[in-house]
Write a protein of this length. Structure first.
Length: 120
C-alpha cells in the first residue's frame, strides 16, 4: 500500500529544509575560509584557524550525512514527467517557436534517461 500523499510532502519539505541548512553551512565554511585569520596579532596563529575550519567542516559533513539519510527516504516519482500543452508548440506555424519545442523535447528525453538510469 502506498504512503499517503501528505507524508511524502512532509518528507520532501524536511529534505528541502535540510538541503537549505547544508547550503548555509557550506556558505559559512567558504566565508570563514575567505576571511582567513581575523586577528593577525593573535598568539595562537594558524592552529586556531585550522581547528576552527575543522569544526565548520565537521558541521558541513554532519549536514551532508543528514541530507543523504533524508534523500534515501524519499520515494521516486512513479509518473513520467508530463510535457503538458507544450506539444501544441510544434503545431504553431511561427518559426521562432518551433526550436523551443525541440529543446523541450530534448530536455524531456534527457530527464527520462536520467530517471530510468538512476531511479530504476
Amino acid at each position: 500500500m502506498a504512503a499517503p500523499e501528505g507524508t511524502s510532502v512532509e518528507t520532501l519539505t524536511v529534505t528541502l529544509n535540510t538541503l537549505r541548512t547544508l547550503r548555509s553551512s557550506v556558505t559559512l565554511f567558504f566565508k570563514f575560509i575567505s576571511e582567513g585569520n581575523r586577528d593577525e596579532n593573535s598568539n595562537e596563529g594558524d592552529s586556531s584557524v585550522h581547528e576552527e575550519a575543522m569544526k565548520v567542516m565537521a558541521d558541513v559533513k554532519c549536514h551532508l550525512r543528514e541530507l543523504e539519510t533524508q534523500v534515501a527516504g524519499l520515494n521516486p516519482p512513479s509518473n513520467p514527467v508530463n510535457l503538458g500543452n507544450t506539444g501544441l508548440l510544434s503545431l504553431d506555424p511561427s518559426p521562432d517557436k518551433l526550436p523551443l519545442y525541440y529543446q523541450l523535447l530534448d530536455c524531456y528525453t534527457w530527464m527520462e534517461k536520467v530517471r530510468n538510469k538512476y531511479l530504476t
